[in-house]
Design a protein around this ligand. Structure first.
Ligand SMILES: NC(=O)c1ccc[n+]([C@@H]2O[C@H](COP(=O)([O-])OP(=O)(O)OC[C@H]3O[C@@H](n4cnc5c(N)ncnc54)[C@H](O)[C@@H]3O)[C@@H](O)[C@H]2O)c1
Length: 443
């Protein structure tokens, strides 16, 4: 096991201001921004955020050393965050948060001045990639390469205007249509050429990611579209020493799945079928009502069980598993999704049982703390000189990006262990394996 002693880790000073760039100023991003502003004012608590609330054990259990993560490793203080965004609509963050209807007006009024000051920059957008949306606040250029240059300009101006020391970018824009990797995604040279030729296999989210990498900015994708999940982007990120993370925030039904499935598997219980259906009525739900955007989401949601359950190793338990995921757009529900799961399981001697879940979930409330943690941890990764795919951040994603020779790790508890051990490693602390062998051997 690599320990900090084998490789000297130096974390750069955290001082200064960190800019948070968000392509997409909708429900999730405004809930995140308004939440941070409210927490700064002491109006609410950062519930759901590991970086703000979780403790980390150091050394043996009898040492009783369990500092808060934020006291243990250098993370940017919430007061030192500044927010910037792009959107295809002109609404500022206050108006957009009101439209999204996630947070109560009373809370929004208390942070109205700061929210109103966040006005989105013109977006790189093409309706071909999000069929259900169209908006007037968009850039005009001849090809993707020109759009890329315009975004770089936006980023530099934002940094200068706000006196920022560093930046991170998180894609919080709509889910784009399903695109597969093609030859243009293979190398950096091929991708840059394709940008100049305005290639149809390139979508706007890729241009934002490319601009972030070019500017040396850590990047994460909160949606399931490719964005930065292809070899050319990995190559470019390695070259620029930029951390990358993604895809698709792990909230709601998939969060439940990755909590429950490892438990059922740990006890060697079989699963015959898992049927998941949702109703939701926000703009995300409307976008996902388009079959092409839904296909992108579906791929992301379906892969989870396959990887956790390993049917190739446990054919008697999981080979015939029937897994179905449905999302239904139902406007009256707004952002308050309801997700039902019916799970047909079997136990000793093959006897069947059923589990039913009815999760009355608030999507953006679950996603906002994920954004906060990713902002702070990606900045930490950047200051630690970690480059390329940040697998230790898989904890936050439905479809964790991963190296070509590895399968993605979906089990929430393995992901958590990996995240915390990476923090220990960065800080020069011993990694915790939970073995405790010295106890048996000493006695
Ligand atoms: N809420 C969750 O729990 C959750 C979980 C996982 C993933 N996500 C993903 O996060 C994303 C945001 O979700 P949301 O609920 O905030 O959706 P939303 O529709 O409220 O917000 C998305 C915003 O992105 C804007 N947009 C679309 N294309 C753009 C572009 N090219 N450039 C700039 N802006 C663009 C839209 O105008 C919209 O304002 C979606 O892709 C969603 O699938 C959300």
């Amino acid at each position: 096991m690599l320990s900090s002693a084998d490789k000297e880790i130096k974390i750069k000073d955290v001082k200064g201001k960190l800019g948070v760039l968000l392509p997409g100023l909708g429900a999730v991003s405004t809930t995140f921004i308004a939440g941070v502003l409210a927490i700064r004012k002491g109006l609410a608590a950062p519930i759901g955020s590991l970086t703000q609330m979780n403790h980390i054990r150091l050394g043996r259990r009898d040492n009783n050393q369990n500092p808060l993560i934020k006291d243990f490793i250098s993370l940017v203080e919430l007061d030192n965050l500044s927010f910037g965004a792009w959107d295809i609509f002109e609404d500022d963050a206050y108006e957009s948060a009101l439209n999204a209807g996630v947070l109560e007006k009373e809370l929004l009024e208390q942070v109205k001045d700061e929210l109103s000051a966040i006005k989105p920059m013109k977006a790189v957008f093409n309706q071909k990639y999000v069929k259900k949306l169209d908006g007037p606040h968009v850039k005009q250029a001849a090809n993707w390469y020109e759009y890329f240059q315009m975004l770089r300009e936006d980023i530099r101006n934002f940094k200068k205007k706000n006196g920022l020391d560093r930046l991170v970018m998180i894609w919080t824009g709509s889910t784009e249509i399903f695109l597969q990797r093609s030859a243009i995604h293979e190398t950096k040279a091929a991708f840059e050429q394709a940008m100049k030729e305005n290639h149809p296999d390139i979508a706007p989210s890729m241009i934002y990611a490319w601009a972030a990498i070019a500017e040396g900015i850590p990047y994460a994708n909160g949606a399931p579209n490719l964005s930065a999940d292809f070899p050319a982007a990995y190559e470019f990120a390695d070259e620029m020493r930029v951390p990358l993370a993604g895809k698709d925030f792990k909230t709601g039904q998939t969060l439940m799945k990755t909590i429950l499935a490892p438990g059922l598997k740990a006890r060697m219980l079989g699963i015959e079928g898992w049927f998941s259906t949702n109703i939701l009525g926000n703009r995300d739900g409307e976008v996902l009502d388009d079959p092409e955007s839904f296909k992108t989401k579906e791929e992301s949601k379906l892969s989870v069980l396959e990887h956790i359950l390993q049917p190739e190793l446990y054919p008697e338990l999981y080979k015939d598993l029937y897994h179905k995921v449905r999302i239904n757009y139902y406007p009256p529900r707004k952002d308050n999704k309801e997700g039902w799961d019916n799970i047909d399981i079997f136990g000793w001697l093959g006897y069947p049982m059923q589990i039913k879940i009815d999760f009355l979930c608030r999507d953006s409330i679950l996603a906002a703390p994920i954004i906060l943690d990713l902002v702070l941890l990606l900045d930490l990764a950047g200051r630690t000189d970690f480059k390329g795919i940040q697998e230790w951040l898989s904890f936050y994603f439905k479809s964790p990006i991963h190296a070509a020779n590895l399968y993605p790790e979906h089990d929430l508890f393995i992901q958590l262990m990996k995240l915390k051990n990476t923090l220990r490693f960065m800080a020069g602390e011993e990694q915790i394996t939970h073995l405790g062998l010295d106890y048996y051997l000493d006695n």
